[in-house]
Design a protein around this ligand. Sequence first.
Ligand SMILES: [Fe+2]
Ligand SMILES: [Fe+2]
Length: 149
Amino acid sequence: MNTTNTSIHWTDDFLLGFGPMDETHQEFVTCIAAIQNAEPKDCLVLMDQLLEHATAHFKQEDDWMMTTEFPPRTCHMDEHAAVLASITGVRALARQGATEKCLHLANDLARWFPSHADHLDSALSHWMCKIKYGAKPLVFKRSVANVTA
Ligand SMILES: [Fe+2]
Ligand SMILES: [Fe+2]
């Protein structure tokens, strides 16, 4: 596991254009950043919050894919399941005292999320906007260099 710190914070660069998904993604980034910046004694509570968030986040996207019969949903849902299993496993290890695993996981998730959002969530965002609004999303981003929160 790569333990290099890869700090993450929300920027408009993560916006995909489907509002409910963007709101959820902002919360996900906040959960990861909270663990990256936490004292070890606070990790268990933050891991509980991350697990609760990730369970709802991935279920929401899985439900969108299933109910709309999004064609390439299998690998996307498999990736959600694998990440959720990792979070669940690390939470269990942290409960046994290995709280340093929380930072490793948060760093891994900070590296994983941008690619997942770019390659899988963006296609689902387009699909959902097309179904809901009849068009692909238009995304207006503030200058990424000036956005830190
Ligand atoms: Fe997502
Ligand atoms: Fe996803």
